[in-house]
Design a binder for this molecule. Structure first.
Ligand code: SF4
Length: 364
């Protein structure tokens, strides 16, 4: 069967059965990781996780939810700015993420000026209408960074600054493989991120770690085909980068978006929740844009937090979930003390979080 995705009817059950049968015939016992909340949603919503498990393929979501990997330090930074009467703008997903005993939602209920926005452009519009200092909490991977970069490059108002919590995916994949806590036989790479970065950033990873990778789309058949392509590589002893999502992802990525990101951001060593500092995995505003960098602009207010030792919420095992060591349902708090209404950790807050997805689709 050839991977001609253009011909797929993306939910064709006959084709799905054919793929599952081919996987079964391989008599697999493999563990693969993906790093994408939308992939996890498709896997759980359509019951693919269970189907794949039956044919010897275990799949874990790694650090693929930008809200989930935002650290308690970053949450504390934005809360500290909120308490200093600065207007805070953030995506709705960030509102409930627990910081050190509180969240942006609680800060808002206590009178802080915290506003939900749907884009960085909304945040700029608010700053234009607002006489106060306004900070946008910029959270996301390569998919969202270009829009933040675009706003900065265009020259936002003087009272607008950005708390950059942007991260890039390939260094996190290397961190997972370097740590070696889970033995992985392959990686499914995220379609959206790959639309921006293309296929080449994954090549050195396959070479260095001798691991197969497949970039996959988001329909059920995209994922099944992605797993089959990975399994064939494992079976044949290959470790290459293949592109199942070639109808969207081009080898060179989105050149304009990449140029924009590179103009505005520079790579920095960054902490991810559940991980040690990962080299060159974060994006900071370049020197020439410092006046819009909230960490520089409000340095006096945020200074103490740079050395602050933070702790995860008690009992929360988000770190292990994000590193693929356990499934969400293996956390003792899952569905008991921790639910989307009363989340203990960020993986239960975000729609892209593994715990939230498992809870929503009723998996126990
Ligand atoms: S169930 Fe809750 S406490 Fe447990 S890992 Fe998930 S988010 Fe953290």
């Amino acid at each position: 069967m050839k991977a001609n995705v253009e011909q797929f009817r993306f939910r064709d059950q006959k084709l799905a059965k054919k793929i599952i049968n081919e996987l079964r015939e391989m008599e697999l016992d493999i563990m693969i990781m993906h790093v994408c909340g939308t992939h996890q949603d498709t896997l759980v919503r359509y019951g693919l996780e269970g189907m794949l498990k039956e044919v010897g393929v275990t799949i874990r979501q790694g650090p693929g939810c930008p809200v989930c990997v935002t650290t308690p330090r970053e949450i504390q930074e934005i809360l500290t700015l909120a308490k200093n009467e600065i207007t805070i703008t953030a995506f709705g997903d960030m509102m409930k993420v627990p910081g050190h005993g509180t969240s942006l939602m609680e800060a808002k209920s206590e009178g802080a000026d915290v506003r939900i926005v749907y884009s960085v452009d909304d945040a700029v519009t608010m700053a234009q209408k607002n006489n106060k200092e306004t900070v946008f909490m910029s959270v996301g991977f390569e998919t969202t960074s270009p829009s933040t970069a675009s706003v900065v490059a265009r020259g936002p108002p003087d009272n607008f600054s950005i708390l950059t919590c942007n991260r890039v995916v390939p260094p996190a994949l290397e961190a997972i493989l370097d740590m070696g806590e889970v033995k992985l036989d392959g990686l499914i790479e995220p379609g959206h991120v790959s639309t921006i970065i293309g296929t080449s950033p994954y090549e050195p990873i396959s070479k260095k770690y001798i691991i197969p990778q497949v970039i996959a789309g988001f329909e059920p058949l995209d994922l099944l085909m992605g797993v089959l392509m990975l399994a064939r590589q494992v079976h044949e002893g290959r470790a290459e980068v293949e592109n199942e999502y070639s109808r969207i992802v081009k080898p060179e990525g989105n050149i304009k978006a990449l140029e924009l990101m590179n103009r505005v951001f520079e790579p920095v060593d960054t902490e991810w929740r559940g991980f040690p500092v990962i080299p060159r995995s974060g994006q900071a505003l370049k020197e020439e844009y410092q006046e819009h960098d909230a960490r520089k602009y409000f340095e006096d207010i945020l200074e103490d937090l740079q050395t602050w030792e933070f702790e995860e919420p008690e009992g929360c095992r988000c770190g292990e979930v994000l590193r693929g060591i356990i499934a969400s349902s293996e956390c003792p708090l899952f569905g008991k003390e921790c639910t989307p209404v009363n989340p203990v950790g960020p993986c239960m807050v975000s729609n892209e979080g593994s715990c939230n997805i498992e809870y929503r689709y009723g998996k126990d």
